[in-house]
Ligand binder design. Structure first.
Ligand SMILES: [Zn+2]
Length: 120
């Protein structure tokens, strides 16, 4: 994987992560469920790196798109750390640069992506 692209993706991910964390806390606070607003207070006192572990199954991810995105971004950043970023999760080939530029959390190459969509 090209060093420049990797750096760009890393910056993009870090930037988006910071925004998503703020939006996600807002989502929790504005939710009508009291358990959810308590969770927001708890998370504000927790290191953001531990959020996903702390949340565990306390919320339903489908109700919180920002949470789903947070998990995706953290997974991609973890892949960068372990040197597995940019490889397709199905065929293990390199993911096309244009896909990573569009969305650095992309997990599949073009051909596997279209196969996966057909199965849905
Ligand atoms: Zn693939």
């Amino acid at each position: 994987m090209n060093e420049n692209l990797l750096n760009q993706c890393q910056l993009k991910l870090a930037d988006e992560l910071a925004h998503i964390r703020v939006s996600f806390i807002e989502d929790l606070k504005t939710n009508s469920n009291p358990v959810t607003s308590q969770l927001a207070e708890m998370l504000e006192q927790t290191s953001p790196a531990d959020w996903i572990d702390s949340i565990d199954d306390k919320i339903c991810p489908s109700q919180f798109p920002n949470y789903t995105r947070l998990v995706q971004i953290e997974a991609a950043m973890c892949q960068i750390d372990i040197g597995q970023f940019g490889f397709c999760c199905d065929c293990e080939k390199e993911i096309e640069v244009e896909l990573l530029n569009q969305d650095p959390t992309t997990q599949r190459c073009k051909s596997c992506q279209s196969k996966a969509l057909q199965k849905l």
